[in-house]
Design a protein around this ligand. Sequence first.
Ligand code: ZN
Ligand code: MN
Length: 486
Amino acid sequence: MPISDYIVTIGLEVHCQIKSKSKMFCGCATSFGEEPNSNICPVCLGLPGALPVLNKHAIEQTILAGMMLECSTPEISKWDRKNYFYPDMPKNFQLTQFDLPLCIGGGVPLYDLAYPKEIQNEIPSPGKVVKLTRIHLEEDVAKSTHHSNNSTIDFNRAGTPLMEIVSDPDIETPEQAYAYLKSLQQILVYGGISDADMEKGQMRCDVNVSLRPHGQVELGEKVELKNLNSISAVRSSLYYEIQRQAEELDAGITQIQSTRRWDADIGETQMMRTKEDAHDYRYFPEPDLLPIKTAQLVEKMRSHVPELPHHKRARFEQDFGLSPYDADVLTSDQHLADYFEEAAKEPKLGKKVANWITNSVLAKLNEDNITIQECPLPAAHILELAKLVEAGAVSNNQARDVFAELWKKPSVSPAEQSKAMGFEPADTGAIESIIDEVINLNPDKVAEIQAGNEKLLNFLTGQVMKASKGKANPKMVTDCLKGKIL
Ligand code: ZN
Ligand code: MN
């Protein structure tokens, strides 16, 4: 059977490090790249008898994430031990949350630009919101490195606050999984909760995927893909795995619940273990930590919820008349959105300003390989440039030249720069006499224009531009010609 004869069901578990100066259950620093085993204490080393102390900031940030994702927060949340032999967790359990997590339900709205580029024009279910099951808080484990003859372990990472965001099996395609991660990342960055950079290991992802034939109600046996470390790896591994399962099902091989790893070099998934070897974590309540009463924290965090990306998008469309695409681009990054809003202080020029940013500014940032935060050009310059064009002081082409110069010397104002480049229409009298001359030299064209062929206005405008050596403003010239001829 072709793959389209199967219903694909995907669920994602995302582990995301919370931005926090200290660890989840002790005061050790979370800073990166330091001497191995320098930020450690008896608690994060898991020494017997060490007592955990809660990191309030991490709890608040998790609640904030829940609010941004429209989850609900149970009044009481508690801590549990997940028992397991972890080489990188010597106390042999992970402190986590089992039956009373900090957040329940909610969803991640997928935005168009979050999908892979090739399919942005034909998104199957636009506006989809992927439902979430829960978000809980736990501790990260240490980092072990395997060498040829031995392994080493660094406990600096052990105990870093880690949020686990579990989606419902609500995702249907590898592209949706891709868009889900991008959209989730965006929200976490907007909230200042995490930088959610997968390359830096701040966000890690496990994927569950199963296939079932159309008409079958219960889900197929699921396969879990562990430790995917990039968004594109999630997409590629899903492609492979869906194909693999479909071929096996076609051949009459029933799937068994299992865990596989993705080998990016070979481009295939490999069996790690089946359900028979599945661990029974024997969760039980952590005796050294009291449950949390969440009401006050929820109240406090309410005022910290920032404007959500999809709300910002809608507002940009409405207030500035932006196209959904431009609004998507400008809100893709919070700093870019801020830059736009600063430049769009005059909302009626919002669209023009948006064009300058999405075309010229982004192209330049890309060329110079810098971020919007490093943009040399103050946002106010963009507005001023748009105003100069609007007032007819410079043409669009001239403004582009001004822009290119300003990028190199941002302390000069757009007006000064255009004057310096000779674009200021200082001598309107001189331009007007050129216009009169061009009209006199082209009586046949003028007659044709008067007979209705207004396209020829462009020709006359071109003649004036040439005679003025590019100093005149084409829009003003055309207007003036119209006034004189029609
Ligand atoms: Zn510690
Ligand atoms: Mn976990």
